[in-house]
Unconditional design. Structure first.
Length: 238
C-alpha cells in the first residue's frame, strides 16, 4: 500500500469507560472490526481511534465504530454478534444501523424489548405506523413476539383500551371435536405461546388481572367472526 493510496481518519471517544467498552476485552472488538475490513489498520491512541488504509474501507470502518459508539453511549452492551450485525449493515450501506438495536418497546416491569436485526426494526416501525400489517417470514424470526410487544406497550400506555390475541385452535387436518377434554382444554395448548409471551412481558399476576378485567383477551380465530374491535389492538397469529 503506497502513501498516496492511504488515508487516515480519527474518531474521538469521550471517557475511558467508553473506550474500553468499544475496544472489548483484550481489544477483541477492535480486532473483529479490523478483520472485517482487512485493508485498514486501527490503533487506539489516548481518547482517539486512528484508522488508516484504503479510503472507502477507512470510511466504512469509521462508520462502524461510530455506530458502535452510539450503542455504548446508550449503555447497550456490545458482543461479537451485535458487532458483526453492525458491520454487515454498514457494508450494505444501511443508514444509522445502530437504530436497529437502540430503539425498543417498553412492555412493563422496566423491561424493554429491542429488535435484534435491521429487518426487525423495520417491522416494528411498520406496526407502529400502520393500521393493518402482515408479517411473513420463517419460524423463529420474532414475528409474533415483536407484534405482541408493541401490543402490550399500546394497552399498558393507554393508547388502546384492550388487546385481543388470536390464533387458529387447530392445526391442518385436525378437528376440535376429536380432541380430548372440554373446549378450554381443547384450545388451550394452541394458545399457550401467547400466554408464555404475556407472562414474560407483564408477569403472571398482571397478566391474570388484565385477563379477568377483559383488557386482554385470548381467543381462537374461529370465534372472531362478527366481533366489534373498536379501540383495540389485535394480533392474529398464523
Amino acid at each position: 500500500m503506497t502513501q498516496a493510496s492511504s488515508i487516515e481518519a480519527r474518531l474521538r471517544v469521550s471517557g475511558n469507560s467508553h473506550m474500553l467498552a468499544l475496544l472489548g476485552e483484550r481489544d477483541a472488538f477492535l480486532r473483529q472490526v479490523e478483520q472485517a475490513f482487512p485493508q485498514v489498520q486501527i490503533v487506539a491512541r489516548g481518547d482517539e481511534l486512528v484508522i488508516t488504509g484504503v479510503p472507502e474501507t477507512v470510511e466504512q470502518a469509521k462508520t462502524a465504530f461510530e455506530e458502535l459508539l452510539v450503542l455504548v453511549e446508550r449503555r447497550l452492551p456490545l458482543d461479537a454478534d451485535r458487532i458483526q450485525r453492525i458491520i454487515s449493515l454498514v457494508k450494505s450501506d444501511v443508514r444509522k444501523p445502530s437504530a436497529a438495536f437502540s430503539d425498543g418497546v417498553a412492555v412493563g416491569r422496566g423491561k424493554v424489548i429491542r429488535p435484534k436485526t435491521f429487518n426487525q426494526k423495520v417491522y416494528l416501525d411498520a406496526i407502529r405506523k400502520g393500521t393493518v400489517v402482515f408479517g411473513i417470514g420463517p419460524a423463529g424470526t420474532g414475528k409474533t413476539y415483536l407484534a405482541m410487544a408493541v401490543a402490550v406497550e399500546a394497552v399498558t400506555s393507554g393508547l388502546v383500551s384492550r388487546l385481543i390475541l388470536t390464533r387458529p385452535a387447530v392445526e391442518a387436518g385436525e378437528r376440535l371435536g376429536f380432541l380430548p377434554g372440554d373446549l378450554a382444554a381443547k384450545v388451550d395448548p394452541y394458545l399457550r405461546p401467547l400466554y408464555d409471551a404475556l407472562y414474560e412481558m407483564l408477569g403472571p399476576e398482571d397478566t391474570q388481572r388484565r385477563l379477568e378485567l377483559g383488557t386482554i383477551e385470548i381467543a381462537p380465530l374461529a370465534y372472531m367472526r362478527g366481533r366489534t374491535l373498536n379501540d383495540a389492538f389485535v394480533v392474529l397469529d398464523e
